[in-house]
Design a protein around this ligand. Structure first.
Ligand code: BTN
Length: 251
């Protein structure tokens, strides 16, 4: 399987039929000094998820890693993860799937059931970066969309665009739109949090967050720059940072 890309994408695109991990490849390109590149693969043989987990990435998905060099301090990196979530959620909605964002960086289709996750996972995002104390050197936003993937090939608790719509998306168009949306948001960082709130599955929910420092339970009331979740608990508002979140579930 092979997809070709238009030349009008705001990033140069490196396409692979098969690669270990688009994030790893993007990191290699970063080490070589590249900038504004998107690595896209039909299949990943060693897809990587958050918290050192493996990420299943069979042929037919949209597996993409965007390499950028923002002139920002490392503390601002979570905004780029939120921007990636907003961008991919918008494009999933364009193709007719009612996706929403579960803080910090899952995109899911809500089922209305009180499941562990509160919905079926459609997209995962893994952001990696390297930087000095005051400036990011490079940032890779890795976005994995279960696109044209059969239900039988999905991990438990996951869904795909194919399963949701009964049809297949044009992955070239999907990636093109994703890159356009991400580009627009990085140029307009003030739009990220309002757009994130508008697409959130988490705000307004009672949640239980496991963090390295203990469990936080209450109502998720807001997301604050650069990406902290504000939880209204019996002891007042507590801010949870994405990097500290080991597990969040609705209660
Ligand atoms: C997660 O939810 O745990 C994050 C999953 C991130 C998967 C994407 S697929 C494209 C990119 N390359 C990888 O190896 N991982 C990310």
């Amino acid at each position: 399987a092979s997809i070709e890309f238009g030349l009008d994408a705001p990033f140069s695109v490196e396409y692979h039929d098969s690669v270990d991990s688009t994030n790893l490849r993007a990191r290699e390109l970063a080490a070589e000094g590249a900038d504004d590149v998107a690595v896209v693969a039909d299949e990943q043989t060693g897809g990587r998820g958050r918290l050192e987990r493996a990420w299943s990435a069979p042929s037919g998905g949209v597996w993409v890693s965007i390499l950028v060099r923002p002139q920002r301090p490392p503390a601002h990196v979570p905004v780029f993860t939120l921007a990636a979530a907003v961008a991919v959620t918008r494009v999933c909605r364009e193709v007719g799937v009612d996706a929403s964002i579960k803080w910090p960086n899952d995109v899911l289709v809500e089922t209305g059931e009180r499941s562990e996750r509160g919905g079926l996972k459609l997209v995962g995002i893994l952001t990696e970066m390297e930087g000095e104390a005051d400036r990011v050197s490079w940032l890779v936003a890795g976005i994995g969309v279960n696109a044209n993937v059969d239900a039988a090939e999905l991990p438990e608790g996951a869904t795909s665009l194919r399963e949701q719509t009964g049809g297949d998306v044009d992955r070239r168009v999907f990636v093109q739109r994703l890159l356009e949306e991400f580009d627009e948001l990085r140029e307009n960082p003030d739009e990220v949090l309002p757009a994130w709130r508008a697409h959130s599955a988490t705000l307004g929910q009672r949640v239980r967050v496991e963090t390295s420092g203990g469990v936080v339970e209450g109502t998720a009331v807001d997301v604050e720059f650069p990406g902290a979740l504000v939880v209204d608990t019996s002891e007042g508002d507590v801010r949870v940072h994405a990097g500290d979140c080991e597990h969040l579930r609705p209660v």
